[in-house]
Design a protein around this ligand. Structure first.
Ligand code: MG
Length: 161
């Protein structure tokens, strides 16, 4: 086995009316969506930061500044694709990733298979290597008050070249 490295990521976006809710590259029907410069897919952003962190390549804000109009409204799957090319060009492959989404509502369980498939497709990895979990915070904190959604991710990468 080659050198393995691990990274973690965390992100938060505010829930607002009048925006679509994108999580793990899947549009989830809901009364509110996440606000942000991009599509505000908080789970993909945490995942990108975990992958970048594993290679000590900085963070998503450095690679895709929210002051850059090129990223306005961008599909976060494009950002993930870019991060995956950085991983590959560094000579690494993804071992596995694990994402936890903290949201009081909506119920995310029905969307998790599609989320895993979608991320695996963008990452060109086995769906077995992509875990997505969802939890409420028992109505506590900003997630519990439905003011926002947070996501955490860890990523393991292995040197292959
Ligand atoms: Mg973000």
């Amino acid at each position: 086995m080659g050198t393995i490295r691990i990274g973690q990521g965390y992100d938060v976006h505010r829930l607002v009316e009048g925006r679509d809710l994108w999580l793990c590259g899947v549009k989830v029907p809901h009364t509110h969506g996440l606000d942000g410069h991009s599509d505000a897919d908080v789970a993909i952003h945490a995942l990108c930061d975990a992958l970048l962190g594993a290679l000590a390549l900085g963070d998503i804000g450095r690679h895709f500044p929210d002051s850059d109009p090129a990223y306005k409204g961008i599909d976060s799957k494009i950002l993930l694709g870019h991060v995956m090319r950085l991983v590959a060009s560094s000579g690494y492959a993804v071992g596995n990733v694990d994402i936890t989404i903290c949201a009081q509502s909506p119920k995310l369980m029905p969307f998790i298979p599609d989320m895993r498939q979608t991320l695996a497709r963008v990452m060109e990895t086995d769906v077995d290597a992509v875990s997505v979990k969802a939890t409420t915070t028992e109505r506590l904190g900003f997630e519990g008050r439905k003011e926002g959604i947070s996501a955490m991710a860890v990523a393991l990468v292995e040197k292959i070249n």
